[in-house]
Design a protein around this ligand. Structure first.
Ligand SMILES: [Ca+2]
Length: 208
């Protein structure tokens, strides 16, 4: 794996900082959110889930707004922060726009938080390199601060498609949540870093 300085990404970062400093928080949050109506969902069509699995209105599709990890390869490149927002790695490969753990053969966790508390319907993990070594996905109950497992499985090697979307249906969670914890186990298959580009939480706000 080649880890060389990427001057161009530094430039992009500077541009992004300048750009973001000019944005209000509301604008940034809007970028992370979309509330799909059936019509909009049909038009979107670029993701497997949009409009097909949840055609009803009132379903919120949101990208992570913050992230932390048990380790990260470097910062800002390959840091946990790279899993924030919509996918931005340019394709399948070892791109610094995705989170990578410090070691290539470790068990590590990534925690992502979302703008709005929802009853979760589905979690989609966008993996850009060495899929799919995710072994556990949990959601947090913000009142009890406990994590509840919604997926537990063995790591597998998925060569195609790449990037890969791990779609995790969520059932039986009766509390509102905005926090997801993902565990990758890179110790078993010898594939190297399983890099995560973005995470989407789909759910409903329930009765108000
Ligand atoms: Ca990313």
């Amino acid at each position: 794996m080649k880890r060389t300085p990427h001057h161009f990404s530094l430039n992009i970062l500077v541009i992004m900082v300048v750009f973001l400093s000019g944005c209000s928080a509301a604008v940034v949050e809007e970028d992370l959110l979309s509330e799909q109506t059936p019509a909009a969902a049909t038009q979107a069509g670029d993701e497997l889930t949009n409009g097909h699995r949840f055609p009803e209105s009132g379903v919120i599709y949101q990208w992570a707004m913050s992230a932390e990890a048990s380790s990260e390869f470097s910062s800002p490149e390959w840091s946990a922060e790279q899993a924030v927002g919509a996918p931005d790695s340019p394709g399948c490969g070892d791109y610094q726009f995705s989170w990578a753990s410090a070691a290539s053969d470790s068990i590590d966790t990534l925690i992502v938080r979302f703008p709005i508390l929802v009853y979760p319907l589905e979690i989609i993990i966008h993996e850009s390199f060495n899929s799919d070594q995710v072994t556990k996905v949990e959601v947090q109950d913000p009142e009890r601060l406990g994590f509840y497992t919604v997926l537990q499985k063995n790591p597998t090697q998925v060569d195609r498609p790449c990037p890969y979307q791990l779609i995790v249906p969520v059932e039986g969670i009766d509390f509102l949540t905005n926090t997801v914890r993902i565990t990758v186990d890179q110790s078993q298959l010898g594939l190297g870093w399983n890099e995560i580009d973005a995470v989407q939480l789909i759910g409903t706000k329930g009765e108000e």
